[in-house]
Design a protein around this ligand. Structure first.
Ligand code: FA5
Length: 333
């Protein structure tokens, strides 16, 4: 047998042996048998190579190298195949208890918002939306809040410092969702029945019931012959639906530039009362500002503090807990 034939046979025999290996130990045995430095079969062939004539030597040498490489590669890939687990059964004991994943859930404020929207929807209100960055016109002017009104004070609002030359005055982070009333009425003829929820911003001193960023739900109902008793009924129904039949609610006379008459709405808070919103009959000046005729239509509006309703519902005593991001607290709800 020529050396070339011997190399072919060596390679074929080695590849067959490798194919049959089932364990790392068998792989190692085959490696020693075919590639071993001391007594491996390749060693024998190498000594024959030394005896080849100078003309034959380059060809034999080349074949010797390819045979060696083929065996090395086959060994390596068989080894990887054996050592790599072939499926999930090799990795897992399926009878072991699984890893428990802690499921997240919506934040209590988010839940309050979606529940309030649902309740309002059942009362026939649809959903409107407005921007959080507002202009002076929608936050104040159209709401009948004059130039010199204290509500415009820079100390009571987050004004944006960007230059607003030629763009209708200052911009600010809206301080109330009442801005959405104006935006809706500007674009829609009456009748209107909407609620709008969203964030509002005020540089208030932070305490257990005040935050500098909180949420409100605005409501607006415009039609012919809307009355104060309609307003009280809707607010009472909202409160009962969200907080339960036994919730005590009261209305106190108040003042807002954009409603007349106006009330503040309180709910029972332990042995005390907590203010949860402002409301009233939309002021004729506001109706005129959006092009409505106050002789033809009337309406009511309300703005509720969502965090405070949420606190009442879940028995939370401090508004700061809602933004503290403490999972030990949040996971209770
Ligand atoms: C208003 O914002 C009026 N826009 C409400 C309104 C709408 C009146 C439509 C008439 C017609 P007020 O500033 O009172 O009103 O705020 C309404 C509610 O937001 C408060 O009753 C309270 O529940 C909540 N609120 C006010 N300030 C804070 C604060 N710093 N942190 C948390 N909640 C607040």
């Amino acid at each position: 047998m020529s050396l070339l034939e011997a190399l072919d046979e060596y390679q074929a025999e080695a590849l067959r042996a490798i194919e049959e290996c089932q364990t790392s130990q068998e792989i190692e045995d085959v490696r020693i048998r075919f590639l071993g430095k001391k007594k491996g079969k390749l060693k024998d062939l190498q000594s024959l190579l030394g005896k080849a004539s100078p003309e034959e030597r380059p060809q034999f040498g080349q074949r010797f190298n390819t045979a060696k490489e083929a065996v090395e590669t086959a060994l390596e890939s068989r080894k990887t195949a054996i050592e790599k687990p072939s499926g999930p059964r090799d990795q897992f004991d399926v009878t072991l208890p699984g890893t428990a994943f802690e499921l997240g859930k919506p934040h209590p404020v988010s839940r309050t918002i979606s529940e309030l929207k649902d309740i309002a929807g059942r009362l026939g209100f649809s959903i409107a939306d407005g921007p959080e960055v507002e202009d002076d016109y929608h936050n104040f002017v159209a709401l009948n809040i004059p130039e010199d009104h204290p509500a415009r004070d820079p100390l009571d609002n987050f004004y944006l410092s960007v230059a607003q030359a030629g763009q209708g005055g200052a911009w600010l982070l809206r301080s109330q969702t009442s801005t959405v009333q104006i935006r809706v009425m500007e674009n829609t003829p009456p009748p209107i029945r909407i609620v709008s929820t969203g964030r509002v911003y005020r540089p208030d001193t932070i305490d257990a019931t005040h935050s500098c960023m909180f949420h409100q739900m605005e409501g607006l109902f415009i039609a012919s012959n809307v009355t104060m008793s309609n307003l009280k009924t809707v607010l009472k129904m909202l409160a009962v639906s969200y907080l339960g039949d036994d919730i005590a609610i009261r209305f106190r006379p108040s003042f807002f530039p954009f409603t007349e008459p106006s009330v503040e709405v309180d709910i029972q808070w332990g042995n005390n009362w907590m203010e949860v919103g402002g409301a009233g009959m939309v002021d004729p000046n506001v109706l005129r500002a959006v092009g409505y005729d106050p002789e033809q239509v009337s309406g009511f509006a309300f703005g509720l503090g969502i965090e405070r309703l949420c606190m009442k519902r879940y028995g939370i005593s401090d508004i700061r807990l809602l933004t503290g991001n403490d999972l030990r607290f949040l996971s209770q709800f």
